[in-house]
Design a protein around this ligand. Structure first.
Ligand code: NAI
Ligand code: MG
Length: 499
């Protein structure tokens, strides 16, 4: 339960979990890395180790892929209704252990417990339930071919052994988003969570076993990207890689996948425009949406509305409201109830974001608010003040590159044509937001913006039933919705001579 005290008390289950050295889940067994190596996962609010985790490497990936291959045919042949029951049981256990999973995520990632508990774990459970419904609904089709005497139909079959390589910003959601459809379609999976946040993936592995999902169907290999991640994306036994993370690593994964023509789905970075027209009905609501579009999860969000375009007539008013509201946001440890923004994930990420802030200052942009690392009682963690730049040149690095931190660039625009051109000018195409009361303009903008998802008079909404993914360098393929089931299945066409 959400506590009424100011600070969330860590549950006994979480304390006990953190006292154990965490191992790899391979074939239903918990194994140390074959090299014996471990690494510490840190609490970004304190910079101190939380727990030691096995550093899986190529040999462990081999073992996990072999286990997934052995488990494949029985899992694929498990009656759909039985796969559904098991996935629902898994979702039920996630629900039972909701508080524990949310606490682990807050400790490992830093995000406010309020958000982990009220949003992230619920989204992950909702996704698992949605995918749990799919096994009995996967169908092929029959075709009206013109050659006489044939019955032609398609079958949807599992792709095979899949690999999921996930980032640290929404570890629970990213894991559920890939485990759910992979298993629903009858595939087996090796999950490699981000090295910064391996804990909830390991706990999910335990819950999957407890739910009765057979050994080898879900394997979890913790480790680093250049070792475990690279081994998975090159492995000839892996038929599909589902990746969420940086565009740079996404390109490396696609190159590796080419060696054996693996299926790949990539959810990559963005620099998403949020566009406020001066006819917005409620300026406060629009400014508040713009505030959270960038600052939620401390800006570590693939769909972060990091480029805010404001029409000239309301520019000053919006900027003033944003600065006032940003100043009111409470930056602090995720376990404190009053916290709006937790720390950044790591010292590296903090340094990277600070570097961008420095580049922004030197570029001639106006630093409206923020920009500094927080000291005092927060000095050991990776806390950064919410930061807003105005008068940013369109071609400045802070206007073009994904910062992945609480840094907003605000731009003034005059008209629709101009803002479309500026919004579409980057190689990214993940998300976009438009605020206007003009219905025709809303639909025109939705049609013309280069983005896999466009939010009108809202921002950052997701539902498991609605597809999500990026255009251009923001990704390949779609997750969520029924579309993701295509990505986790092969289509086989069968011709039967009927005489
Ligand atoms: P990353 O892309 O390096 O890490 C994401 C995942 O990929 C992790 O599990 C990592 O271990 C794995 N990985 C890393 N190198 C790999 C390789 N060569 N082969 C296979 N797997 C590999 O992201 P990182 O370094 O944590 O963050 C750097 C930047 O990436 C961020 O500042 C942000 O701009 C972007 N990013 C975007 C995310 C998104 O949701 N779009 C999520 C995380 C990071
Ligand atoms: Mg951590």
């Amino acid at each position: 339960m959400m506590t009424t005290t100011a600070t969330t008390e860590i549950s006994h289950a979480v304390t006990e979990f953190l006292q154990r050295e965490q191992r790899l889940l391979i074939d239903g067994e918990w194994l140390p890395a074959q090299t014996g190596a471990t690494f510490a996962t840190l609490n970004p609010a304190t910079g101190k180790p939380l727990c030691y985790v096995a550093a899986g490497d190529a040999a462990d990936v081999d073992a996990a892929v072999a286990a997934a291959q052995r488990a494949l045919s029985a899992w694929a042949a498990t009656p759909p209704a039985q796969r559904e029951r098991l996935l629902h049981r898994f979702a039920d256990l996630m629900e039972t252990h909701k508080e524990e999973l949310a606490q682990l995520e807050t400790l490992d990632n830093g995000k406010p417990f309020r958000v982990a508990y009220n949003v992230e774990i619920n989204v992950a459970i909702g996704q698992m339930r949605y995918y749990a419904g799919w096994p009995t609904k996967l169908t092929g089709e029959t075709y009206a071919v013109s050659s006489p005497g044939f019955h032609v139909y398609t079958r949807r079959e599992p792709v095979g052994v899949c690999a999921a390589i996930t980032p640290w910003n929404y570890s629970l959601v990213m894991a559920a988003q890939k485990i759910g459809p992979a298993l629903a379609a009858g595939n087996t999976l090796v999950l490699k969570p981000a090295e910064q946040t391996p804990l909830t993936a390991l706990r999910l592995g335990e819950l999957a076993l407890e739910a009765g999902i057979p050994p080898g169907v879900l394997n979890v290999v913790t480790g680093f990207g250049h070792t475990a991640g690279a081994a998975l994306s090159h492995h000839p036994g892996v038929a599909k890689v589902a990746f969420t993370g940086s565009t740079e690593v996404g390109k490396a994964i696609q190159r590796a996948a080419a060696e054996t023509i693996k299926r790949v789905s990539l959810e990559l970075g963005g620099k998403s425009p949020l566009i406020l027209f001066d006819d917005v009905e409620d300026l406060d609501a629009a400014a508040e949406a713009a505030l959270w579009a960038i600052f939620s999860n401390s800006g570590q969000n693939c769909v972060a509305g990091s480029r805010l375009f404001v029409q000239a007539g309301i520019y000053d008013a919006v900027l003033e409201r944003l600065a006032t509201r940003a100043q009111q946001l409470v930056v602090g440890p995720g376990l404190e109830a009053s916290t709006d923004l937790g720390p950044l994930i790591s010292a590296e990420q903090l340094a990277r974001v600070q570097r961008y802030i420095e580049i922004g200052r030197r570029s001639g942009a106006t630093l409206v608010i923020g920009g500094e690392r927080l000291g005092g009682r927060l000095a050991d963690g990776y806390f950064l003040a919410p930061t807003i730049f105005a008068h940013v040149a369109d071609n400045a690095a802070i206007a073009c590159e994904e910062i992945f931190g609480p840094v907003l660039s605000v731009f003034r625009f005059e008209d629709e044509e101009e803002v479309i051109a500026r919004a579409n000018a980057l190689p990214f195409g993940l998300a976009a937001g438009v605020w206007t009361q003009n219905l025709s303009r809303a639909h025109r903008m939705a049609a013309r913006l280069k983005a896999g998802v466009v939010w009108i008079n809202t921002y950052d909404w997701f539902d498991p039933a609605a597809p999500f993914g990026g255009m251009g360098e923001s990704g390949l393929g779609r997750e969520l919705g029924r579309q993701v089931m295509d990505a986790y299945t092969e289509l086989k066409t069968v011709w039967v001579k009927v005489e």
